[in-house]
Design a protein around this ligand. Sequence first.
Ligand code: VAH
Length: 311
Amino acid sequence: TIIILGANGQIGSELALALRNKFGKQNVITTDIRPPHEMEDGDIFETANVLDKNLLKELFIKYKPTQIYLLAAMLSATGEQYPMKAWDLNMNGLLNVLDLAVELGIKKIFWPSSIAVFGPNSPKVDTPQYCVMDPNSIYGISKLSGERLVEYYHAKYGLDIRSIRYPGIISWKTAPGGGTTDYAVHIFFEALAKGKYESFLSENTALPMMYMDDAVRATIELMDAPAENLSIRSSYNLAGISFTPAQIAQEIKKILPNFEMSYAEGDPRQAIADSWPKSINDEYAQKDWNWKLEYNLEDLTREMIENLKNK
Ligand code: VAH
């Protein structure tokens, strides 16, 4: 069986769909701190807080998972409002899962890192797998620390933990919560609802992004790769596509000609975005597990508008 912790989040909710399709609903246990808004027949859900180690232990003993996906975390923008809560959730949630996996012999774990592990002194363009990493958001600090921990638990205890440094992820099924890259999701909701959007990031803020379908496929392809092929046990860079708010607005205008974009000044998320890379090099993912992106900016824009129109 597979247990997904944080299954109601932006990534967790779509990973749950993909993993249920791949392994069968009866083999996927979704958990979060509260039930999802809607469930389908056969969906299995358990309420679980990743900070409650005893409850996690009971769940792991009850379901004997062969794989755990730990998606519970607080993202960058909210983390700057509640730094100690973010540190507690992101670090102790991870440590609880790592310790229980060793204790109970659970081999395979997925844990997401982020481009947020890079900081002001990291190379900004074509950011490599190995370079200076001085994150200055508590979220980025927790993800960099998490990378050090997962590599340590792999080396010391042989845990088969796999990880991806996700770029900003764009999806329509579940609205994201508290991220700096969320503008690239909100823009579509507002373009269709109001015909206009005020971006909290400035027009030339280039960031690495990825359509959710690519992010989910990358996750499953990494988890399916033979362990002996994986040369990275911290977390794999994944490039996605880099664009600015101006560029995505331009792409939206090709489909919604009356769409109007404007830019707010002084949003605290601007400083977070400015500390991150503009583009990423993902040669290790290409070499180790044959990664290939499928959705470019034009595809992503078309998919988001079509799916949100029908939603
Ligand atoms: C955030 N969506 O904005 C997340 C992600 C790279 C961005 O880590 O915090």
